[in-house]
Structures are given as structure tokens and as C-alpha cells.
Design a protein around this ligand. Structure first.
Ligand code: GTP
Ligand code: ZN
Length: 376
């Protein structure tokens, strides 16, 4: 058990607990909890606060040199202990980073518990394959995945029903909303409260609009939908946490259109909830079944996204083969960048037989050299 001491007599030793909202260069924006920490006991990730009431605040912090020295990174979402707040200047120093419950590397966020995949029913037109790719990528984090479809004002009741049923068959309970009309947003607010959620989705689906609606004080820039594809411009740049009025935080992530699938071929099937369901009921005959043509496969069959699975599988296999090939090349060749800037692989001169030897060694090892030449 780690115990952080707190001395009541001096303001300088006051310690506060907060959440890192944004990171820029060596500065951290920290939202302090509403409560002042009198005594903080940490057992694993649990913490226990005895506190008195003071106003909440956001401080711009640096981190203690000691943290830098031990290589302690501070991420968005981290729970941190802030020392010596300078209330007038709005500054503070991060003294400790509490143990993380989860860690995402891309985007870099600590302590998130769910991914909110946001797509639009129209503008841009909802594409099942693209949505499937986002969902698979989201599932690969191991977090809970929530699905939200925006712009319901742009489609008919029938189209809404169609997607609702179709996505239920995929194993999701989508929340259909319209940020413009404020429809069904209460349901979404409940899903997001008291947890850190990471939002992901195509550019232009209304992620910034959603944040502005849920947290009106933020005023994130919203782009006009432009161009033939009906997509908004990329306006979201950094990872940042937004505090929700009912508690919890929402992280916006830079818009991206084609998430790479980087999982292993064996893991891929587990990122399809409807296939997980099949696997929970029956087992494939072979433990290394990739669910293509293997006999007695429990997964192959009549489900809508089976073809998506096969396509994604081909993609992850190709990616893995390319990586293996690259590793092979790099173990025997080295990349040289020529004066012209051209990149070229050359054999590594590592083995004895290619190295230039000193005269003395040459003489001493003539026999060895002779053997080498004969072998070559
Ligand atoms: N009809 C309709 N349009 C919406 C709705 N929500 C957002 N929009 C519009 O969709 C466009 C794109 O919205 P943004 O909030 O910028 O989209 P985004 O997902 O944040 O885009 P990136 O920042 O590029 O990732 C804007 O023109 C919004 O006004 C909605 O519920 N209905
Ligand atoms: Zn199988």
C-alpha cells in the first residue's frame, strides 16, 4: 500500500487528484476532482478520498523531473496527483500518476472503458463494409463497443428500422440519434456517463457536433460537409477529453477513414460478436481453424458479415506475410540511403568471410580463409 502524506498546516504540501484532459508538448491540462485530497490511499487502482469541499478547477501542469527521469509517461485520461497548485496562475505540478486500468496506444488514452463508434445514416451514406471495419477495429481493443448512428433526420422511418434490425443481427444495439433535432440523445448520455469513452468514426458523421451538443461550453469546430463524397473536412486534430455534465469523459479522436486491421488472423473472428455467439455454442474441429474451408467449422455459414470476415482475414494474412518478409530482409540486408536520396537494400557485411582482416590475422587464419573460400 502506498500512502501519500498530506500536511494540513502548509498550502505548499496540498495534493489534489485530477484527470489529464489534454497533453501538448510538456504541458498537461488537468481537471481536478471536485474534492480536495486530505489523505489518499492507493490499493491497486482503488483510491479512497477523505475530503472537504472546494471549487473544481482545471490547471495547466508540468510533471515532476523525477517522473521524467523514471520514464513515467503522462497520458490523456491518466489519474494524477497534483502538487502545489498556483490558483492565481492556474498552474500545477504532476507529482504522481496512479496505476492505469487500461491503456490504448493509438490514440494514446489511459483508463478508457468503452469505444463509441459514431456513423451517420446519411451524408456520408452509411456503408456496411466501412462500418464493419470500424467495429472490428473497436472490438480489437477489448473494450465495450457502443454504436451510435447520427443524422436520423436525413432518412425515413423505414431506413431507420432497416439499420436497427440489421445491426442487431451483427450483435449491436445501435442508438439512432439526430444532433440537429436533439433526438434520442438522452439514451446516449446515459451510455456515456461515469466512464471514459473514446469516440471513433468517419470524418463528417457529426462527432464534433455531438460533443458541442453534449457539452455546449466546448464549441469544437464543426466543418461543412464538402465535396462529392459528402464528407466533412478533417477538423479534429488532437486527442482530448471532454467532461460530460452527468459525469464521465468523452475523447474525440482525429478523424480517419480507413483504420488498419493489425490483429492476428487467429484473433480476427473474436471481433465479430455474432461469430463469438456461434463459437460459444459449438467448437470448430480444429483449434487453429481460420473458418474458411476447414471441415466441421462452427463459424462458417449463413451470417451477413461472413464475407466481411473473409475479406478482412485475407487482409490481415497479407499484412502478416509482408511483415515477415520485411523482417527476413532486414535480418540479412541493410537499408542504405544514397546521396541522391534513393533507398537501396545491400547485404549486411557481418559474417567473417566478408570482413577485411588485418595482415596479421590474414596470415594467422589462412587455413580458415581457404576453408571459407572453398565453402563459398
Ligand atoms: N442533417 C444533419 N446534419 C448533421 C447532424 N449532425 C451533424 N451534422 C452536420 O454534419 C457535418 C459534419 O459534422 P462534424 O461535427 O464536423 O463531423 P465530425 O465527425 O466531427 O468530422 P471530423 O471532425 O472531420 O471528424 C456538419 O455540417 C454538421 O452540421 C445531424 O444530426 N443531422
Ligand atoms: Zn472454424
Amino acid at each position: 500500500m502506498i500512502e501519500l502524506e498530506y500536511t494540513n498546516s502548509s498550502n505548499l504540501s496540498t495534493r489534489w487528484l485530477g484527470t489529464v484532459l489534454a497533453v501538448q508538448a510538456n504541458f498537461y491540462q488537468v481537471r481536478l476532482d471536485q474534492l480536495k485530497v486530505d489523505k489518499l490511499e492507493i490499493v491497486g487502482c482503488e483510491h479512497n478520498l477523505q475530503a472537504n469541499n472546494l471549487q473544481p478547477s482545471t490547471l495547466l501542469c508540468t510533471r515532476r523531473a523525477r517522473l521524467k527521469k523514471i520514464g513515467q509517461q503522462v497520458m490523456v485520461g491518466d489519474r494524477v496527483v497534483v502538487d502545489e497548485p498556483d490558483w492565481a496562475g492556474g498552474r500545477g505540478v504532476i507529482a504522481e500518476v496512479l496505476p492505469r486500468t487500461t491503456q490504448l496506444d493509438r490514440p494514446p488514452i489511459a483508463n478508457a472503458q468503452q469505444i463509441l463508434v459514431v456513423f451517420a445514416l446519411e451524408e456520408p451514406t452509411l456503408d456496411a463494409y466501412q462500418l464493419s471495419r470500424f467495429l472490428v477495429k473497436a472490438e480489437s481493443t477489448g473494450f465495450k463497443v457502443c454504436l451510435c448512428l447520427n443524422k436520423r433526420d436525413l432518412v425515413t422511418q423505414q431506413q431507420q428500422q432497416h439499420w436497427q434490425q440489421r445491426l442487431e443481427a451483427w450483435g449491436y444495439q445501435p442508438v439512432l440519434i439526430s444532433v440537429h433535432n436533439g433526438t434520442c440523445l438522452a439514451q446516449l448520455t446515459d451510455l456515456l456517463s461515469q466512464t471514459i469513452s473514446v469516440m471513433a468514426g468517419l470524418s463528417g458523421v457529426g462527432k464534433s457536433s455531438l460533443i458541442n451538443y453534449l457539452i455546449p461550453a466546448t464549441r469544437v469546430r464543426v466543418a461543412e460537409v464538402t465535396g462529392k463524397l459528402g464528407r466533412g473536412r478533417h477538423t479534429t486534430r488532437h486527442v482530448e477529453l471532454f467532461e460530460l455534465p452527468k459525469g464521465g469523459f468523452l475523447a474525440d479522436t482525429p478523424g480517419f477513414n480507413q483504420p488498419d486491421l493489425t490483429c492476428s488472423p487467429e484473433d480476427l473472428i473474436h471481433y465479430f460478436p455474432e461469430a463469438r455467439e456461434r463459437l460459444a455454442q459449438h467448437r470448430c474441429q480444429f483449434s487453429n481453424c481460420l473458418h474458411r474451408n476447414e471441415p466441421n467449422c462452427a463459424v462458417r455459414g449463413d451470417w451477413e458479415r461472413y464475407q466481411h470476415y473473409l475479406d478482412f482475414l485475407a487482409e490481415v494474412i497479407a499484412r502478416q506475410e509482408a511483415l515477415n518478409q520485411k523482417a527476413d530482409i532486414e535480418s540479412t540486408m541493410k537499408l542504405k540511403i544514397k546521396a541522391s536520396g534513393r533507398r537501396q537494400y545491400e547485404p549486411k557485411l557481418e559474417t567473417k568471410k566478408y570482413r577485411r582482416r588485418s595482415r596479421r590475422t590474414q596470415h594467422q587464419t589462412l587455413d580458415e580463409l581457404y576453408d571459407d573460400m572453398n565453402e563459398g
